[in-house]
Design a protein around this ligand. Structure first.
Ligand code: UN1
Length: 496
C-alpha cells in the first residue's frame, strides 16, 4: 500500500477534505512511487489561516530569545537527521547526495543564525530634536506569512524563509512545491519536534494554481515569500500590490561566468563544470552562460566538452554519480526544446544535446550535460532561462564587452569572473548588474549568513539570508517618549 501523507492544519495532521492526492515519484526511476500527498482544496484554507492567526497571538508575545531557542533545537534536529533528510531529498528530486547533504547544512546554518538573531533584532535610538524626549525604533512581527517554495532546494530555501519568519514572531502557511512534498513533510515534523507551536506552522500540500493562488489571495495572509519562476512571481506581485501585501520574490536567472585570458584555466574549468551541471543546472544561481575571451575560446571549449562528457549520470543515491536527472518530464522537454531553438538560431551542440542512450537510465528524466557554442548575443539560448544542464558559450574580446553581455539580460542574480587581474576583478564587482558577483569562484555557492537575491526581473528588491531578511519579516515601529511634562511641538518649538 502506498502511504498517504497528511497536511498540517489547525494544530494537527489531517487528511485532505477533498480526498484527492497527488503521486510523488522518483525522477531517477519513475517506477519508484514515494507516496501520495494531498491535492488540497482552497476551501481548507480558512481554517488554516484562522489557526495561524491564533498561533501568532501568543508566539508574537513570546520573547525573541526564547523563540530563538526553538530554532536552535530545530538546527540540532536537522543535524541529527542530516543523512536521512538528504536521502529523502535525493529520492524525490534527483540531485546527488553530496548536494542534498549541503542543502540540509544550509538549513542548519540558517537555523543557528536565526537562533542568535533572537538576541539581536536591533532597533535604533536617535537623539530627539527636543529636550527631555527619547526617540527610538523597534521591530514588530507582522502576522501570517504565506511561504511558497520550489523543488530545487527542498529544505534550504524553505529554511531561508521559515526560520526568520518564525524568529521574528510570525506564523506561517507553507505550500511546498508539489515535486518535493516528502522533504516538506519531514521538515515540518522536525519543526514541531523542536517545539515550534503547532498553530504557527501550517503545511498545505497541493498545486500552485489552486491552493497556492488561494494563499496569495487570502486577506488573512498579509505577507508572502515566493521563490520560483519570474512569470508566476509577476502574477503574485500583481495580486500582492492590489491587496497591499508585503512580498519577497526570488525568481529567474541567466547567470554568466566570465573567463579572461589571464585566468587559471584549470580553476575556471572546474568552476564552470560545477556551476553549470551541479544540481543538473536546476539552480536559480546555475551558470547558464560561459563568456570566454576569444584567444582562449577554442582550447577552453575543447577541454570543457571532454570533461562534460566524463560526468557520470545516474541515480543521485549511488556513489560516483555526478549528475542526477531533471525533476520531471516537462523540465527535460524544456531542455530539448531550447537545444532545438539554439540550433535553429545557428548555434552548435558541442557536446550533449541528447537523452543518454545507455546505462540503464531509460526510466528517469535524464539529459546529457550540454554545451552550446556559437551562441550569439540576442539568441534565445543567450538570454532565456532554461533551468537544466544546458550551457551557452559566448565569445567576447574586451572586458567592456563581457560586462555588456552579462548585463543585457532581464535577470540579475549572480555572476562570476575568473582572472588574475585585481583591477579587472574589482571593476567586475562594481559594474556587473547582479545581486551577487563571485571572483575566481562559480556563480553558485552563496553562504547562509549573507544577503541573497538579485536585481532586475530576478527579484523585487528584497534579500533573503543574512541580516537583511529580518527587515522583511518585521515592520518598523517608532516610539517617542516625552518626559518634559510640557507640550513640545516638533519642528515648531525648536529654538536653535
Ligand atoms: C537557488 O539557486 O535557488 O548559492 C538557491 C547557491 C545556493 C543557493 C541557491 N547556496 O547556489
Amino acid at each position: 500500500m502506498t502511504e498517504k501523507f497528511p497536511n498540517h492544519i489547525a494544530g494537527g495532521w489531517s487528511a485532505p477534505a477533498s480526498g484527492e492526492y497527488m503521486e510523488n515519484r522518483n525522477p531517477a526511476r519513475t517506477s519508484d512511487l514515494i507516496g501520495l500527498f494531498p491535492d488540497t482544496d482552497p476551501s481548507e484554507l480558512d481554517a488554516a489561516v484562522a489557526s495561524a492567526q491564533r498561533g501568532f497571538e501568543s508566539w508574537s508575545r513570546t520573547p525573541a530569545p526564547e523563540r530563538g531557542l526553538a530554532l536552535k533545537r530545530a538546527g540540532d534536529l536537522l543535524t541529527r537527521h542530516k543523512e536521512e533528510l538528504a536521502r529523502t531529498m535525493t529520492r524525490e528530486m534527483g540531485k546527488v547526495l553530496e548536494e542534498t547533504r549541503g542543502d540540509v547544512q544550509e538549513a542548519i546554518d540558517t537555523a543557528y543564525y536565526a537562533a542568535v538573531e533572537g538576541r539581536r533584532l536591533f532597533g535604533r535610538t536617535a537623539p530627539s530634536e527636543l529636550r527631555n524626549k527619547w526617540a527610538m525604533s523597534f521591530r514588530r512581527p507582522i502576522g501570517v506569512f504565506g511561504i511558497i517554495t520550489p523543488f530545487n532546494f527542498p529544505v534550504a530555501v524553505p529554511s531561508w524563509k521559515i526560520f526568520p519568519a518564525l524568529l521574528c514572531g510570525n506564523s506561517i502557511i507553507y505550500k511546498p512545491s508539489e515535486d518535493v512534498p516528502h522533504s516538506a513533510h519531514r521538515f515540518v515534523e522536525i519543526l514541531l519536534e523542536a517545539g515550534l507551536p503547532p498553530e504557527c506552522v501550517q503545511l498545505l500540500h497541493g498545486r500552485g494554481e489552486t491552493i497556492g493562488q488561494a494563499i496569495v489571495e487570502h486577506p488573512g495572509v498579509p505577507g508572502l515569500s515566493f521563490t520560483g519562476s519570474t512569470e508566476t512571481g509577476s502574477r503574485i506581485g500583481e495580486i500582492a500590490g492590489r491587496m497591499h501585501k508585503r512580498l519577497s520574490l526570488e525568481m529567474g536567472g541567466k547567470n554568466a561566468q566570465i573567463v579572461l585570458s589571464d585566468a587559471d584555466p584549470d580553476l575556471a574549468l572546474e568552476g564552470v563544470l560545477w556551476g553549470a551541471f551541479g544540481t543538473t543546472g536546476q539552480r536559480c544561481t546555475a551558470t547558464s552562460r560561459l563568456l570566454l575571451q576569444s584567444d582562449i575560446h577554442d582550447d577552453f571549449v575543447e577541454r570543457l566538452c571532454y570533461e562534460a562528457r566524463s560526468l557520470r549520470l545516474g541515480d543521485g543515491l549511488e556513489a560516483g554519480v555526478d549528475v542526477g536527472p531533471l525533476v520531471h518530464e516537462a523540465a527535460r522537454d524544456k531542455c530539448e526544446r531550447y537545444v532545438a531553438i539554439a540550433e535553429a538560431e545557428g548555434a552548435t551542440v558541442a557536446t550533449g544535446g541528447r537523452r543518454p542512450s545507455d546505462g540503464g537510465l531509460g526510466d528517469g528524466w535524464f539529459y546529457e550535460p550540454t554545451v552550446l557554442t556559437g551562441v550569439a548575443r540576442g539568441h534565445r539560448a543567450a538570454v532565456e532561462e532554461i533551468f537544466g544542464p544546458v550551457l551557452s558559450v559566448i565569445r567576447f574580446d574586451t572586458l567592456e564587452e563581457a560586462f555588456e553581455i552579462n548585463n543585457e539580460v532581464r535577470y540579475g542574480l549572480s555572476s562570476s569572473i575568473y582572472t588574475r587581474d585585481v583591477n579587472a576583478s574589482f571593476r567586475a564587482v562594481e559594474e556587473l548588474d547582479n545581486g551577487i558577483t563571485y571572483v575566481n569562484a562559480p556563480t553558485i555557492g552563496a553562504e547562509a549568513h549573507l544577503p541573497f537575491g538579485g536585481v532586475k526581473s530576478t527579484g523585487n528588491g528584497h534579500r533573503e539570508g543574512g541580516w537583511e531578511v529580518y527587515e522583511f519579516y518585521t515592520e518598523t515601529k517608532v516610539a517617542y517618549v516625552d518626559y518634559s511634562g510640557t507640550l513640545q511641538r516638533a519642528q515648531i518649538d525648536v529654538d536653535w
